[in-house]
Design a protein around this ligand. Sequence first.
Ligand code: DON
Length: 571
Amino acid sequence: MVKKLKNIFLYLLVFNLHSDDLVEEGKTVESDQSMVVTRHHLASKAGNEILMKGGNAIDASIAISFALSVVLPQASPIGGGGFMIIHDAETGQNYALDYREMAPKAATEDMFVVDGVVDRKLALESYLSSGVPGTVYGLYVAHQKFGSLPWKELVKPAISLAEDGFKVTTTLANSLDKETNRRKLSKTPDGRKIYFQNNEPLKEGMLLIQKDLAQTLKLVSNFGPAGFYKGVVAQKIHADMKNNNGLITLKDLKGYKAKFREPIEFTYKDLKIVTMPPPSSGGLLLGLMFNMIENIELDKTKPHTAKNILKISEIMQIAYSLRSIHLADPDYYPVPKNAFLDKNIAKELLLKVNNSETSSAKHFDPQNLKIKENTTHYSVVDKYGNAVSNTTTLNTAYGSGVVIKGTGLLMNNEMDDFSAAPNQPNYFELVGNEANKIEPLKRPLSSMTPTIVFKDDKPIIVTGAQGGSRIITAVLQIILNYYEFGLSAEESVHLYRYHHQWKPEALMYEIFEEELMNELTEMGFTLQQRPPDYDYSNGITSSIMIEGDKLIGISDPRSGDYLSIGISSKK
Ligand code: DON
């Protein structure tokens, strides 16, 4: 039986805003016109208001990203970067927008190595931890190509939220109170000023006011990318970096570019899956895993049988093993893209799968796996049929914790997504090698996997996740749960997830029944629990499923503040 998490309908509000529209908000919501699902109710509202003004999915996404920059300091897009998959209903075209952070020009291969080992704090909690932020540029490029409402209109809700403040939710209060986060955020004078009162982190119900950030956002509103990458904000970033041994310069900021890349497209049975290419590892790993799964028999009675988990975890191991040596920024490394998507290679790799017990990491040594030739998420669907699947991040919660003096900008720690030294695990315990080494101006390999699934050329699933390395397997399981195991849209998202990333040699699971755990232990698995309310769980998602005329918005119950808002025409 499918287990559901608690608090499914924490609140369900139905109210009337326009005479001819019904707006409904809650955790799982159905509508027939449009849907937004984001990690914060105020960001969902900002996006929905733009849709109500006649804006399209991209307009709403831009307003959501800027609002998240204010209400979600854990993943504040403006100091970080991300990826966006866009479906343009009018032309049927799909686009992949890469606004990932870039290493500063002065970055060096061994910048985090001290006495032969990676200094984890230097990589994660210092001025050196940040890549050049990509969000403002990325959103601007998206607006230039697809926006229908004025840029300023889209930045406005964020400015008000920063200037007037908003109430700290339970989730945010708990997060600010965590020891690591207290440590990170109390490091800079501005961090202490913004997130603390009387030396204590802000508590639930208190107002978080961010005047400097409001000012930064006003410059972005008035001048577009020039308000961020040039002028006062850029000068402040440069000066603060220089005073604190950081590397990002005015020139790095001026040189930042977001770019459209060819999306990864592959078929799985009668589905077409459109997802993110490198520098994300998500799309290629998803393609490889689906190509292998296409050739195995699954027990369709339920997703969580020991045999199903064994087969799929073997496939996950192969994919993550190959990730460790072949994937990186394609502008710097010849990524064997075609090989990852080759159905025959997938079949050959399947021969390595053990059908009776879990394989050791050594069995899947990437050097012996032949691959020739040669991943915070929100989802939006508008009434025109356009869809946006967007994942954005600072990397770990509150990024490096560095707040750039006088700007309210919380900086990312995305440099930790590079392989700082061969085979030394990063924050997400991922190992990497030569391909993903640190190089000037290069983008770190990501697991962010914004994805749109099509059937008969119509979007049926818009999904993606937060959760580091677990993002890719979360997206995989949501699609499999929905399409292969026939679970409802909501069950597909709620079902407890598992994850295997080759190294460490462990199957990470949220909650399993005891009998299943015994069977898996007999198969040789080392089980490592990551409860569903744990940081990042096994991925936390914002998903929209489209069934005919019905849009189903599903907020992942693994975290508290998510909200889905749907608009329906009054019948
Ligand atoms: O790009 C990546 O793969 C990571 N920087 C993503 C980090 C993440 O998902 C943290 N999650 N809550």
